[in-house]
Design a protein around this ligand. Structure first.
Ligand SMILES: [Zn+2]
Length: 171
């Protein structure tokens, strides 16, 4: 990620293979920490709502609404914002946390380690007509019933684990 120290431009900067950059020449220290992210399982009468990713990584694959938490934001606050941005729909605050899994999100040559937290909400009447999908980032949406869902179509391993956990827990 860094060839030269961003502080002194020295070449001795090292990475500890986990999250720590250190430059012995000037003492520069940077923790590339795990980022918080969230995903929302929206359960409707027509199945679970998935978004088709419109950009990399995993363009064209299915994903849950959600994303990275912004600086200064709470987890649910961030998830509500993402739902408004991606779906044009307010998921409200009454969300149930049911699982958390780690993920690696590769973006423009940098791997971001994330801690993904997954919530669910019941919205039986929700249909595509209620949504205004974000252009660019989102390539479309699909309501998929459990028996029609192919986990290989999902973008990230954490999402696969979360959807499995959600479906298992429901029975
Ligand atoms: Zn330095």
């Amino acid at each position: 990620m860094f060839t030269y120290c961003p502080s002194c431009a020295g070449k001795n900067i090292s990475f500890n293979e986990k999250n720590r950059f250190f430059c012995p020449d000037c003492g520069f220290l940077y923790y590339h920490n795990t980022a918080a992210a969230s995903g929302l399982v929206i359960a409707t009468r027509n199945g679970l709502l998935f978004l088709i990713r419109g950009s990399e990584p995993a363009c064209g694959k299915l994903d849950l609404p959600g994303g990275f938490v912004d600086p200064g934001e709470g987890l649910i606050e961030g998830l509500r914002r993402e739902c408004r941005e991606e779906l044009g729909w307010d998921c409200g605050e009454n969300l149930a946390l049911f699982a958390s899994f780690p993920n690696v999100y590769p973006y423009k040559g940098i791997n971001y380690n994330t801690c993904d937290m997954f919530f669910s909400v019941d919205a039986p009447e929700l249909t595509e007509q209620d949504l205004t999908l974000q252009t660019g980032e989102i390539g479309g949406c699909r309501f998929i019933r459990e028996d029609k869902l192919c986990l290989d179509d999902l973008a990230f391993s954490s999402t696969v684990r979360a959807v499995k956990a959600f479906l298992t827990r429901k029975h």
